[in-house]
Design a protein around this ligand. Sequence first.
Ligand code: TYC
Length: 98
Amino acid sequence: MPNIKELTDIEIDITNPPMYKVILHNDDYTPMDLVINILTSIFHKSVDEANSIMWQVHEKGKAVCGVYVHEIAQTKVQQVKATAKQNGYPLLATLEKE
Ligand code: TYC
């Protein structure tokens, strides 16, 4: 029979995993269309949402494009990095703990 302390720890792990923001950064080279494609394909945004996030990054320097558990957030950052590299652009995404 688990004691109360064990039950509390398990509950915290399942219900409140730490969450991470994936932040997209502006640069002067990555084409707007590629950023929109990344936001629709990797972050599952609608074309309207992707357009709005892309303009926010372009005008303000950065924007949050999603909030995920660590493993998923890290995978998305790597997918952005790989896509940018494949296309020869310096697009940058980073993680920030919520
Ligand atoms: N500033 C880029 C341009 O003018 C567009 C851009 C938007 C680049 C968002 C990166 O995360 C980014 N082509």
